[in-house]
Ligand binder design. Sequence first.
Ligand code: S3P
Length: 437
Amino acid sequence: MTINYIVQPGGKLTGRIRVPGDKSISHRSVMLGSLAQGTTRVTGLLEGEDVLCTLGAFRAMGVQAEGPSGGRLVIHGVGLRGLKPPHQALDMGNSGTAMRLMAGILAGQPFDSELIGDASLSRRPMGRVVDPLRAMDASIASAEGGRPPLRIKGGRQLRGIDYALPVASAQVKSCLLLAGLYAEGETAVTEPAPTRDHSERMLRGFGYRVQTQGARISLRGGGGLTACAIDVPADISSAAFFLVGAGIAPDSDLTLEHVGINPTRIGMLNILKLMGANIELLNAREVGGEPVADLRVRTAPLRGIRIPADQVPLAIDEFPALFIAAACANGETVLSGAHELRVKESDRIAVMAQGLKRLGIEARETPDGIVIRGGRLLGGEVDSHGDHRIAMAFAMAALRADGRVTVSDCKNVDTSFPGFANLATRAGLSIEVRSGR
Ligand code: S3P
């Protein structure tokens, strides 16, 4: 079964909406809630397929949980040593976060396990977690080129390492910190650039001591996690499509409620503002250790920019949406230092360049980025290559296109943003979901 979006050109985005819960925080709440002592109550959980894979894995290892329903999940934690051996391979679906973070947890268990994923995930590099986990004395076998599946041997006593991350990756950092819970001594990770710090924040929320000294984050094994309540903010990475949509569609005025604005996640706000976007942060507050605000965005003329290198890791998931903003901006937008985009759910540089060209926009790939010249968006057919963020980005492009935009292979939108088409319709996008074979 395939899902295609048929999006009529024009329209504007208005009103107030709340996009679903933050994916990164939702994964972590399921993981830490499962490994804690006591009952963790989560509200605002993202009920997307990626998070459901993580939850399914813990259920397969004996964790009892009620929900999720309406964003609520109650997890009866089993403690760090309470997981049971799963009877079959744990399927992480499309989720790189699930596979990489779970690898860290599973490396410290007394039992063997196997992590598998879908075709996209099976192409993604896992050597970045497998190599440092092996340095911690974990025993992990991967397929050729460090790809999934990962076969993890249990019963190993891990030992802490002091690791300098070769790439700025929150997934690798988090994987090692989670393995560090089971390791002897101190596990430390030094980042080449700041990455999202939800793991550190949430570990502290569960009562675990985590030290951050500049770029070095460390913890000592042997402690325990204590259950707590978690209110997951709306995902800024999902809000991104609406921020761009309302920014480019004439006469738009849209407010996105309760959005997480953690400083390690707001690269796209900074980039859009440099491009001239009109975005206001209202009612800024802190919820459960994470900063949150309502974001009001109104249409504004955008200009092309050279994207500052330090913003790249802070906007890493938002580039598909940002490329649509660049296509609607005056002049050229230049991105470099973003090689990581080539190893996401798809090669986001290649797939976005291909789609933009289909819509009449000049886009030139470089090894680690792209150059996009703003222009007139035509209607046309674009293939998302099964990448959720690319599907949603091109759906928004229709707001400024001359003709209808058809986006194919959109099923994976459910991994991060179930209900996207309905919510987009409510805000003013003329989008039809067509399923076929
Ligand atoms: C994530 C980290 C980022 C991001 C991904 C979620 C996380 O990946 O792209 O969507 O939850 O830790 P990298 O760690 O590969 O940068």
